[in-house]
Design a protein around this ligand. Structure first.
Ligand code: ATP
Ligand code: MG
Length: 418
């Protein structure tokens, strides 16, 4: 035997039984994107490293230690995308999407971060991103938050919505000074990571995942004390909008996002249990990014769903598609089974065939596991083994099989009220 090639750590295939669950969640998401007027954009997985250094920020976990970066054969430094917003903005600028018009976009697909793999944290993971451009003010924020809340409700996911505001860049600067004063006064209690961040990007100290720092950070000054009147009324209006929409939230005074480009509103949904890697959806307003990447100043707000974490929390799945017919065939009747299956598919039914030449018993087990509405066995004649409200159908000649099976499925469909 030749040895197997191991997969890459933290990078997993999605097996068929899990893909069904994912597919159902994705269908639910697609329907919601339509319901809220968002259109799909398909983005490259490879970008220039510089894009992330500029958009995400040099002093972030992502850029400092998580990116898959390499030099390609032309000598360019490229990175596998660690997140979608930067690439979405770059593509939007290049494609002229932000010229004097509002844009509502969504994308989905794999992202790559070199993190320590554990439950809910992988090196290849999937995000579903929702981004709205060209809209100032809290109304659009309230609308996409309502979208997120509707998604979670539909899927039966229990989470809390946490909200905060980082205010304008000036508020942030004032806050930065207050925070540095506080952290400097408690220098000896900071871990190495936080000491480094204190030097280069102090707000990110609040993002620390080290439980030993939690008590210190809980006492840190709140950004609310640094808000301008404008920031304060923006945030108040958002809360009023959410109340009018019946969306429950909690204000989390020390919530900051890991990425540098946020202004005003930041939010995340996190399950009731307090786990470091628990946040399912994270987002906020990022008015500075489009101009920061060379586009005309364009307000923007969005969120990204961590799909692995979302799928794991789903308690209510939309019904999976039903299989109409399962055909079992012994080795000498495989061709007839193939033809019957094709004719039934011509008639619009979903059909699975068992063509592995296994024993009748193991075929029957597969057939029952498939959940098919009708199971037939292909022999000299076609026998209905199971299914349909019409009892005692017995065997039927091959020539009649398509019509009879269609009738049975049709009769059942009528009973189901389909
Ligand atoms: P965390 O605090 O969990 O590291 P983050 O702040 O790095 O998250 P974002 O960059 O805001 O996360 O990404 C948005 C969402 O993507 C997260 O809330 C999470 O659901 C998901 N996500 C991020 N990193 C991973 C990962 N390595 N594996 C699985 N999901 C992830
Ligand atoms: Mg992270």
């Amino acid at each position: 035997m030749i040895g197997q090639v191991a997969g890459v750590r933290g990078v997993a295939p999605l097996l068929p039984m899990d893909a069904v669950r994912w597919g159902a969640v994705e269908d639910c998401l697609r329907a919601l994107m339509d319901a809220y007027g968002f259109r799909e954009i398909r983005l490259p997985i490879l970008e220039r490293t510089e894009l992330y250094a500029r958009a995400v920020g040099e002093v972030t976990d992502i850029v400092e230690k998580e990116m898959y970066t390499f030099t390609d054969r032309s000598g360019d430094s490229l990175s596998l995308r660690p997140e979608g917003t930067a690439g979405c903005v770059r593509a939007g600028i290049e494609g002229g999407l932000f010229h004097n018009q509002a844009q509502r976009l969504w994308y989905q697909g794999p992202m790559f971060r070199h993190e320590r793999p554990q439950k809910g944290r992988y090196r290849q993971f999937h995000q579903w991103g929702v981004e709205a451009y060209g809209m100032v003010g809290p109304a659009i924020e309230a609308e996409i938050i309502a979208l997120g809340a509707r998604l979670l409700a539909k899927l039966g996911v229990e989470t809390r919505l946490l909200l905060n505001s980082l205010g304008t860049p000036q508020c942030r600067e004032r806050y930065r000074e207050a925070l540095v004063r506080y952290l400097m006064a408690h220098r000896e209690r900071l871990d190495d990571d936080s000491l480094r961040r204190l030097e280069r990007n102090p707000l990110r100290v609040l993002d620390s995942k080290n439980p030993d720092m939690a008590a210190l950070l809980a006492e840190a000054p709140a950004i609310a004390d640094s808000w301008s009147a404008e920031s304060r009324s923006h945030f108040a209006a958002l809360q009023d909008h959410l109340a009018a929409l019946g969306v429950a939230f909690e204000v989390a005074p020390r919530l900051v996002r890991g990425l540098d480009y946020y202004t005003h509103t930041v939010f995340e949904w996190t399950p009731h249990e307090t786990l470091a890697q628990a946040t399912v959806i994270a987002g906020g307003r990022y008015d500075g990014l489009v101009s920061g990447l060379g586009g005309a100043p364009t307000p923007a707000v969005g969120f990204a769903i961590g799909m692995e974490r979302l799928v794991a929390l789903v308690t209510r799945l939309p019904a999976p598609p039903v299989l109409d017919v399962f055909i079992m065939a012994s080795a000498s009747f495989q061709r007839q089974a193939l033809v019957l299956a094709e004719r039934l598919r011509d008639a619009g039914f979903t059909v699975e065939t068992h063509l592995a030449g296994a024993s009748g018993r193991s075929q029957m087990k597969r057939a029952r596991d498939s959940g098919a509405r009708v199971i037939v066995e292909a022999k000299d004649e076609v026998a209905i083994v199971h299914g349909g409200p019409v009892k005692d159908e017995g065997a039927m000649p091959w020539a009649e099989a398509v019509v009879r099976i269609s009738q049975i499925l049709g009769a059942e469909a009528n009973i189901d009220g389909k």
